[in-house]
Design a protein around this ligand. Structure first.
Ligand code: HEC
Ligand code: HEC
Ligand code: HEC
Ligand code: HEC
Ligand code: HEC
Ligand code: HEC
Ligand code: HEC
Ligand code: HEC
Length: 463
């Protein structure tokens, strides 16, 4: 079953009141961009377009080429704020005191905010915003502050976080001197905490001002965050058969199929991240909650079901979610092919848990109990790092590689490295026990200066 777009309700009024010349549709036509404005648009909205067209031609062109522009959704619809909103740009009021500009007068003045949040988008896209708000993407700030030792033990600096972690996970937006605090913005991390209380940033995958589904359907949209030693999904994908097919045939895929109608086999030959995890297929409906379709919590130290993940338990049943994913697979594969793939994945999970993770964890606990490792900090003793990398790096790679059909990641970057690390770890641990020797502690651990208090916007009681 194919979903039909559900935009009809709200924008109808806008669509019939005026049509912006759809400059973007004809890409092969002359470069000169014509732009026509109908009478019925509020004069303040016309002012935004006319002035910004001149001031920021790049930004303007991006918007003018978007589906929003052809549906008459303008700057005004997304950036208009209330004068009392905390994120109103005080600077922008000055634009209405520019007698050098045709639209730079108080006649056109309205409050404007630079940040446009999922709450703003939800006026017209309530389903996507609701699904997104339930996802781990949107709630990641809560999750990482509950479980992460870098943050909770203060093992890195605030700058290391601002330029690293938070670019992917998101910041807590703040105002400073009437403008957005540079330590918190620009930022479009998946779980950004906005000043209106909403969570996340839709531009993580649909960059402004095109807001294109085509872009979000491509694996690169996910690969900007899902890469590297600890979550190499883009590398895994690119080495899988599905990735090979994307490389060979991707140019011919129908990337711009209408939202909710992008169909396996019809519009593309090999799935991308979005087609397996988000787009609709058969009876499986499009979703903006990436926890759907998962039967395992593969990134956790001990692999568990998504509903058993204590910091943010999914309200899902793993079998139902697995069946949804299988519906995607069976658009292109037979049942046995798909069932057998999952049989292998389940075995990988069981072996990783029992052979590598559980004994390593038991050994760590033993060392803490005997006082040979110190519990106050984390990462300042070598075995803590070894234990961390065992589950966080190669242990994840083995599981993710198996889940997404990348044998090089399952074995060479995965289980092979697990074996090597495990043996070194056990050798050193047993040596400490044998000689009852305390592990070396890096008392000069670099940059362990980060703030350890949880953000109050996410944890109002501090807990
Ligand atoms: C007379 C010209 C003019 C008009 C009219 C105008 N803007 Fe602007 N706007 C600017 C300029 C110039 C900047 C960049 C200021 C800068 O770089 O410091 C700007 C900045 C912005 C920003 C970024 C603000 C920030 O704090 O970073 C937003 C968002 C914005 N405009 C939206 C709008 C919207 C929406 C409207 C219509 C309601 C509008 N503008 C009307 C000229 C204008
Ligand atoms: C569909 C909603 C939407 C529309 C329509 C829209 N914007 Fe934006 N705009 C956004 C989002 C989302 C961001 C990203 C800001 C953030 O939340 O971090 C943004 C960011 C901006 C910024 C700040 C970022 C930067 O690069 O400086 C400016 C300036 C801006 N928009 C101006 C405009 C203007 C001018 C128009 C009309 C031509 C427009 N926007 C139309 C949603 C929209
Ligand atoms: C005032 C209503 C309105 C607001 C606010 C709005 N949109 Fe839209 N959006 C629309 C309409 C209408 C369409 C359908 C356009 C069409 O099908 O041609 C659309 C289409 C889209 C699409 C599909 C584009 C494509 O390539 O097919 C995306 C993605 C999208 N919007 C994202 C956003 C995001 C993200 C925000 C907030 C930053 C937002 N929208 C805010 C009305 C809105
Ligand atoms: C390049 C983007 C990126 C950076 C930088 C990054 N992360 Fe992540 N992080 C991710 C992604 C993607 C995942 C999801 C991994 C998966 O599912 O395989 C993740 C997962 C996590 C998780 C596990 C969440 C869970 O549900 O179990 C924690 C905790 C975490 N990151 C904390 C951090 C901290 C702290 C930093 C900085 C020290 C950081 N991350 C830096 C992208 C990033
Ligand atoms: C993790 C990446 C990602 C994020 C974040 C994201 N989207 Fe999407 N979005 C997609 C993908 C992929 C599609 C294409 C689904 C398809 O194939 O039809 C899509 C499609 C859409 C569509 C078209 C209708 C549909 O359901 O297919 C709208 C509207 C939309 N997104 C709005 C939003 C809004 C609003 C937000 C923020 C609340 C958001 N998106 C955040 C990836 C994302
Ligand atoms: C801006 C960075 C960013 C982008 C872009 C992004 N993700 Fe994520 N993703 C994350 C982070 C961070 C997490 C970890 C959240 C957590 O568990 O705390 C995550 C988690 C996930 C999860 C695990 C959810 C769960 O319940 O365990 C899946 C699946 C996922 N992302 C798929 C995607 C797909 C598919 C895309 C592209 C359409 C995408 N992501 C785009 C940052 C990103
Ligand atoms: C052929 C379909 C398919 C493609 C393509 C695909 N995935 Fe997956 N992905 C899966 C399956 C199956 C799982 C394991 C699901 C489960 O738990 O049952 C998975 C697991 C994941 C997880 C682990 C979530 C967790 O448990 O922590 C993340 C993150 C993820 N995928 C992201 C991506 C990204 C990003 C891409 C593209 C670069 C991608 N996937 C491409 C099918 C796919
Ligand atoms: C859009 C169609 C499509 C979808 C959806 C799809 N696949 Fe595939 N898959 C293919 C094609 C085509 C091949 C290449 C077959 C070949 O080797 O000739 C392939 C190859 C594979 C392979 C073989 C990998 C190898 O290295 O030999 C496995 C396993 C697989 N898919 C499992 C899955 C699973 C599991 C899902 C769902 C999570 C899925 N596929 C979704 C089209 C698809």
């Amino acid at each position: 079953m194919i979903q039909k777009p559900r935009f009809w309700a709200l924008p109808v009024i806008l669509i019939i009141t005026g049509v912006l010349a759809a400059v973007g549709v004809a890409q092969n036509v002359a470069k000169e961009k014509e732009f026509r404005i109908e009478r019925s648009m509020p004069k303040e909205a016309i002012a935004c377009i006319e002035c910004h067209k001149r001031e920021h031609p790049g930004l303007f062109a991006d918007w003018a080429n978007s589906r929003h522009a052809s549906a008459n959704i303008t700057c005004y619809d997304c950036h208009k704020a209330e004068a009392f909103d905390p994120d109103v740009s005080q600077e922008h009021y000055k634009q209405y005191q520019r007698s050098d500009q045709p639209y730079g007068t108080t006649e056109y003045k309205i409050p404007v905010a630079a940040v446009v949040t999922p709450k703003d988008c939800s006026r017209c896209h309530p389903d996507e915003a609701k699904q997104y708000s339930q996802s781990k993407h949107a709630n990641t700030m809560e999750i990482i502050w509950k479980i992460d030792p870098w943050l909770n033990k203060g093992m890195n600096s605030d700058m290391e976080r601002a330029t690293g972690c938070y670019h992917c996970h998101g910041t807590v937006l703040k105002m400073k001197d009437g403008t957005l605090d540079p330590e918190t913005w620009p930022n479009v991390g998946v779980g950004r905490i906005n000043l209106d209380g909403s969570k996340g940033s839709c531009t993580s995958c649909h960059t402004r001002h095109m807001f294109s589904v085509m872009e979000a359907r491509k694996p690169e949209a996910c690969g900007q965050c899902h890469l590297g030693p600890d979550h190499p999904q883009i590398e895994i994908y690119m080495e899988s058969k599905h990735g090979d097919i994307y490389t060979a045939h991707g140019d011919d895929y129908n990337w711009t199929a209408a939202p909710g109608t992008w169909s396996p086999g019809v519009d593309f030959r090999g799935p991308t991240c979005a087609s397996c995890h988000m787009s609709g297929a058969g009876t499986t409906l499009t979703t903006h909650d990436l926890t759907e379709r998962l039967s395992w919590e593969l990134q956790a130290p001990l692999t568990i079901r998504p509903s058993e993940f204590k910091p943010f338990p999914a309200k899902t049943n793993w079998q139902t979610e697995r069946d949804k994913m299988k519906v995607v697979c069976t658009q292109c594969h037979g049942k046995t092919w798909v069932d057998n793939h999952y049989v292998k994945l389940d075995k990988v999970v069981a072996e990783y848990n029992d052979v590598y993770f559980k004994p390593a964890k038991a050994m760590l606990n033993q060392l803490y109990d005997k006082g040979l490792l110190d519990k106050t900090k984390f990462f300042d003793e070598r075995l803590e790092v070894e234990y961390y990398e065992l589950w966080h790096h190669e242990g994840r790679r083995a599981r993710m590689g198996a889940a997404m059909m990348a044998p090089d990641y399952t074995w060479w970057h995965g289980f092979y490295e697990c074996k090597k690390r495990y043996n070194n770890y056990m050798e050193e641990a047993r040596d400490l026990i044998k000689h009852n020797k305390k592990a070396y502690r890096a008392t000069d651990y670099p940059n362990a200066t980060g703030n350890t208090s949880k953000p109050k916007e996410v944890f109002p009681t501090g807990q």
